[in-house]
Every structure is written in structure tokens, then in C-alpha cells.
Design a binder for this molecule. Structure first.
Ligand code: SAM
Length: 339
């Protein structure tokens, strides 16, 4: 039997993966859809068991080694995100109960997209790419565009079908980033509020109109900020997730500010009623976004050459009710002819 070095490599990888799994599970959710607690795959546990029972380990050396791996992992987590990639430390895929979300949204998405002039679609701010994969599976030529390298790395972890690709770019530069035109574009999950200046939106819509075919469709979904501002809504619903030593609670406080700005304060709490104190703050941060409303977006879309086809209050096609709808969903059509 060889020494411990091979075993160390395996063990280090297992420990890092398990830590990553748990630390990603302790991040705040970016949507209301939360998947269940991340599970440690049984193969890891088996592998960990085999590794630590290696005859050349003694308890002290194992303890030291594990401490060093954990320290390294924690130090890496403390490093600032690269550039302005808000999502580089967030495992977005794990936050969202994707199969459930796609099942819920698919009928309305398909109803809209089937009316597009061709079966080709670009997803603006595609994140980890689940919508694109779903649409590629339905036979659309699909492109996912996002400015976050980490999101796109996740999106491309699984092999891509030939009718799906991903592009790293800013939404405002979509025309430069893709050479083809599309029958439709979608931008879901509150992406548009990351464009915080009116000028960013104007640039994005002007660029977008050029990558859509004449009569091509665009579908945007963001939170309904009319409800948030008028109702002075200061939090999104609490979410709970089971964790091995208690419960993780996601608290999403927000402050509606002047001029449509919203200060979000996503916070992760560990909750264990048996502990003292029972609630511990795992992570808390602040991010300022622009809560665009219907009356902000519609004129800008029209100026860029779009005509508004319909306004909805959710992604199942419900009517938009300014005071009660959770979302603002806009469906618009490119009225410009080919230049
Ligand atoms: C909240 S996530 C939404 C992801 C996905 N569309 C969904 O429905 O769950 C927002 C995404 O938009 C991307 N994003 C934000 N601003 C962007 C910009 N200016 N250009 C391109 N992508 C952007 C982020 O990197 C992130 O992946």
C-alpha cells in the first residue's frame, strides 16, 4: 500500500467539495424558489470514510490536515468577487428549485415564444442557463448571454446540445456580442434592475432591437416595484431550508429609496431553537438596484422601436394588478423593419 499523499489529494478534494456544498447552501436565495437542503452525495461520504481509515493516518495528522484545508477554503471565500461579478460567490443553481420553476413557467413562456417569427431565442442575463437548456430541448436555437463568468461556467458544466451556446457580454452590448438575429428574447428573474441608469436601459433596448427579427418578441420579468414602492414593502417572504445542525432562514429586507432605487439587504440566518442564542447571522450584505416600473420601461421600449403587446403580473400569464401582483411581465414586439 502506498503512502498518504494520494489519499491526501482525495481527502482534500472531498473536504473542499463538501465545504463548498454546505457553504453554497448557506448563501441567500436570489429568488422565491428555494431548493431543498443540499445533500452530501453518498459517494463522498463513502470516499471520506475510506480515506480517513487509511492505516497511515493518525488522529493528530488528520486533524491538522483537515484544519489546513478548511482554512484555505475559508480564505478563498473571503476573497472579493472578481470585478463587479455579484454572482461569483453565489451558487445560483442551488438557490432555485429549477425543475419546479421551469414546470410552472413553461406553459406561458411557450405560449409567447410560439408566436415568434422563428424558433430562435436569446436569454439576456441567463444566469446558470436553465431556461436556455429548456428551450433548446424544445427545439429552439438558444443563446444565453450573461456578464457573469461564474454563472456561465455553471451553465456550461454539462455538455451543450448543438442548438445551445453561451456568450459572455453585457446586455447593453448584445448586438456586438452576437452575430445572428433571433425570433425572440427573454430576460427573466429580475435581471433588468441590475441596469441602474436610464441610459443603460436605452442602450440595451437600442442594441436589442437590432438583434431581433422584424416582429420578433421580447419578454421581460422583474419584481413589481409599483407594489413595493406604493405599499412600502420592506421585505420579501421568508424562506427556510433544513440544515444538518439547525435551519437556515433567508431574510431579505429592502428599503425603497428616492428615485426608484431599492436597497436590498439579503441576510442568511442560522436558526436553532435549542441553541443560545437561537439565531446567528451567517452572512449579510447590501446591494442597491433600480426598481424600474411599468411607466419607466414602456416609453423606453417604445422609443427603441417596440410595441407593447401585453402586461402581466406573473409568469403564468396572470393579469397585472399594480397593488398586488408579485411581478411585472412585459411582452413587446419589434416594429422595425429590416435595415
Ligand atoms: C437574478 S439573476 C437571473 C438569472 C435568470 N435569468 C433567472 O431567471 O433566474 C440576474 C442575472 O443577470 C446578470 N446580469 C446582470 N446585469 C447584467 C448585464 N448588464 N449584462 C448581462 N448580464 C447581466 C447577472 O450576472 C445574473 O446572472
Amino acid at each position: 500500500m502506498g503512502g498518504t499523499s494520494g489519499v491526501k489529494d482525495v481527502l482534500a478534494q472531498v473536504v473542499k467539495d463538501v465545504l463548498a456544498l454546505y457553504s453554497s447552501g448557506a448563501e441567500e436565495p436570489a429568488s422565491d424558489e428555494i431548493c431543498s437542503a443540499p445533500e452530501v452525495p453518498p459517494t463522498y461520504l463513502r470516499c471520506l470514510g475510506t480515506s480517513v481509515s487509511h492505516p497511515l493516518w493518525n488522529f493528530k495528522s488528520l486533524e491538522k490536515f483537515l484544519e489546513s484545508v478548511i482554512e484555505e477554503h475559508m480564505a478563498a471565500r473571503e476573497k472579493p468577487a472578481s470585478g463587479d461579478d455579484l454572482y461569483s460567490r453565489v451558487d445560483y443553481r442551488r438557490f432555485v428549485a429549477w425543475p419546479k420553476r421551469i414546470r410552472r413557467e413553461a406553459p406561458f413562456l411557450m405560449e409567447v415564444l410560439e408566436k415568434a417569427p422563428t424558433r430562435s431565442v436569446i436569454d439576456l442575463g441567463c444566469g446558470t442557463g436553465e431556461h436556455c437548456r429548456f428551450l433548446a430541448g424544445k427545439g429552439f436555437a438558444a443563446v444565453g448571454l450573461d456578464r457573469s463568468e461564474s454563472m456561465l461556467a455553471k451553465a456550461q458544466e454539462q455538455p451543450l446540445p448543438p442548438n445551445l451556446r453561451f456568450v459572455l457580454a453585457e446586455l447593453q452590448q448584445v448586438r456586438e456580442a452576437v452575430k445572428t438575429q433571433f425570433g425572440a428574447a427573454i430576460s427573466l428573474g429580475n435581471t433588468l434592475v441590475h441596469l441602474t441608469r436610464r441610459q443603460d436601459l436605452e442602450e440595451a433596448f437600442a442594441s436589442l432591437v437590432q438583434v431581433l427579427e422584424p416582429r420578433g418578441l421580447i419578454l421581460f420579468q422583474i419584481l413589481n416595484y409599483e407594489r413595493i414602492f406604493e405599499g412600502n414593502i420592506r421585505h420579501l417572504p421568508l424562506s427556510f431550508r433544513q440544515h444538518e445542525d439547525g435551519e437556515i432562514v433567508f431574510l431579505r429586507l429592502m428599503e425603497p429609496l428616492e428615485d426608484g432605487w431599492v436597497r436590498f439587504c439579503p441576510t442568511t440566518l442560522k436558526y436553532d431553537p435549542q441553541a443560545d442564542p437561537p439565531v446567528e447571522v451567517v452572512r449579510s450584505r447590501v446591494v442597491e438596484l433600480r426598481g424600474w416600473r411599468r411607466e419607466d420601461l414602456i416609453p423606453l421600449l417604445e422609443n427603441a422601436g417596440f410595441s407593447i403587446l401585453s402586461v402581466h403580473g406573473d409568469l403564468i400569464g396572470g393579469l397585472y394588478q399594480p397593488r398586488t401582483s408579485h411581478d411585472l411581465v412585459l411582452v413587446a414586439q419589434n416594429m422595425k423593419d429590416r435595415e
